[in-house]
Design a protein around this ligand. Structure first.
Ligand SMILES: *Cc1c(COP(=O)(O)O)cnc(C)c1O
Length: 468
């Protein structure tokens, strides 16, 4: 096309207002805010001008302009944060939102969010109260701690505790515990931001009590232990247990803090799983401060919980940073409801989704796999490439680093498309189905598929498989 033709074509394009007028009586735009329609038309016309100028293929046809605008409007109105089906078998999947809330938590969020509340009112006195009071007693009851406070997340809890207890002092940490948690939480970086100075002791695989002792100087402010949540050092290893460190701290008058990361209120060894550190054990060991996450093994909302000696927690409460990291009322509502269930462990394991999925027996995964397989066969008819396979689920979320849970999965190898294409199409479906590929098969793990989601999976599979 000559430059002259291009300019003629550009001049002949409809104006924004002209197209806007056309959309007025078009059902595709009936529910779309005018501002969105107008912005979309502008984008479509801009693109068209660019295409014409750079000799790309284009259509200046009005019907085409309208359908492109309608498609763009649909895209803009579609929600970005959407729920999906986790068929990966990774229970605390960081990318998929970590812990699912229990019904009690959801109901309490609804009740507190829709009405005024006593968030910061002491109803008994009519005076200003503290938002932490909603959960402090409960956390102390469940962990044996003297005092507690909940903040935005555990990274915030660690930052806040270090800033309060160790600003401008040296914090002694074992080299084997300078961990990085996915998503850029690195102990040395958080330490730097807190104003504490890292004093590494020991080696990657072995650290002894005397290493801590030798590091003590006039500027030592804290002994810190960090739970190696997401990895395991095996072989020739040694680490100092919290109790011994607390005893050493006493002789030097140095407080001791432990970042448990996940931390749990339930002894998982009673369910055939390995031991994860119990918050109550760390408290009983005499640590001044213990921090852990609300949405890892606890199975509650995103939060950071700090428990410990009254004197240390009082100082943390008075730190101005606490205000910047404060817990939101919806989180508080969910946290209180979740924690309450822990008064009866059977209730907790039954009702808190994370605990339910982690303690699900192999037999239960088998019966769930059978339900899923039947649902797929009912929807898709006879499928050649379907088979069950005994594989392993992962706890995820920086808990039980080496643990694999035996699970029966439903696997698929379609004959009309590759396994990678199937995975991609399922992921791009609505709702998205996220599963894993193993041994060149599409693997769906019933451990994290919620009851009732089998039919969503099977109808999506039907559509995806028929598309070819
Ligand atoms: C997960 C984790 C954190 C961060 O907790 P968030 O709740 O994700 O902020 C900190 N320390 C350890 C050891 C962890 O495992």
């Amino acid at each position: 096309m000559t430059t002259k033709d291009k300019h003629q074509l550009l001049r002949s394009l409809p104006g924004v207002d002209h197209v806007l007028e056309k959309t007025r009586h078009d059902d595709r735009f009936a529910a779309v805010p005018r501002s969105v329609v107008k912005a979309s038309i502008q984008t479509v016309l801009d693109r068209l001008r660019q295409d014409i100028l750079s000799d790309r293929q284009h259509s200046a046809d009005q019907t085409e302009i309208l359908s492109e605008t309608a498609a763009l409007c649909r895209q803009k109105l579609a929600p970005r944060l959407v729920s999906l089906v986790n068929a990966t078998g990774v229970v605390l999947h960081t990318n998929l939102g970590r812990a699912l809330l229990c019904d009690d938590a959801l109901e309490n969020i609804q009740a507190i969010a829709a009405a005024y509340s006593n968030l910061e009112l002491d109803v008994a006195t009519g005076k200003r109260g503290l938002r932490y009071s909603a959960v402090e007693e409960l956390i102390c009851e469940l962990t044996g701690a003297q005092s507690a406070i909940a903040v935005n997340n555990n990274a915030g809890a660690v930052l806040l505790a270090l800033n309060t207890l160790a600003k401008d002092t040296e914090v002694v940490v074992s080299r084997g515990e300078l961990v990085e948690i996915g998503g850029s939480f690195r102990v040395p970086d958080v330490m730097a931001k807190s104003g504490g100075r890292l004093k590494e002791v020991g080696t990657t695989n072995r650290t002894h009590l005397k290493d801590y002792g030798n590091a003590v100087s006039a500027s030592t402010g804290l002994f810190l232990k960090v739970h190696a949540s997401n990895y395991k050092i095996e072989g020739f290893t040694a680490s100092v247990d919290l109790e011994a460190l607390v005893a050493l701290g006493k002789t030097h008058d140095i407080p001791v803090m432990e970042d448990l990361g996940s931390g749990t209120l339930v002894d998982f060894s009673a369910y055939g799983l390995p031991m994860e550190p119990l918050v109550s054990d760390s408290v009983a060991s005499g640590a001044d401060v213990v921090t852990f996450s609300g949405d890892k093994l606890l199975g509650g909302p995103q939060a950071g919980i700090i428990v410990g000696k009254k004197q240390a927690i009082d100082r943390i409460k008075a730190n101005p940073l606490t205000r910047a990291l404060r817990i939101d009322k919806l989180t508080l509502a969910a946290l209180e409801a979740t924690l309450k269930l822990y008064r009866d462990e059977n209730e907790a394991v039954k009702k808190i989704p994370t605990l339910r999925m982690l303690t699900m027996s192999f037999e239960e995964t088998c019966s769930r796999a059978a339900v899923l397989e039947q649902s797929i066969k009912d929807a898709c008819g006879p499928l050649g490439g379907i088979a069950s396979a005994d594989l392993e689920s992962r706890p995820g979320g920086g808990s039980f680093p080496a643990l694999r849970l035996p699970t029966r999965c439903v696997t698929l190898k379609p004959d009309n498309m590759s396994v990678a294409a199937l995975e991609r199409r399922m992921r791009l479906s609505c709702p998205a189905i996220i599963a894993r590929i193993e041994n060149d098969r599409y693997v769906m793990d019933p451990r994290t598929i919620q009851p009732g989601q089998e039919t969503i999976i099977s109808s999506t599979l039907k559509t995806v498989l028929a598309a070819e």
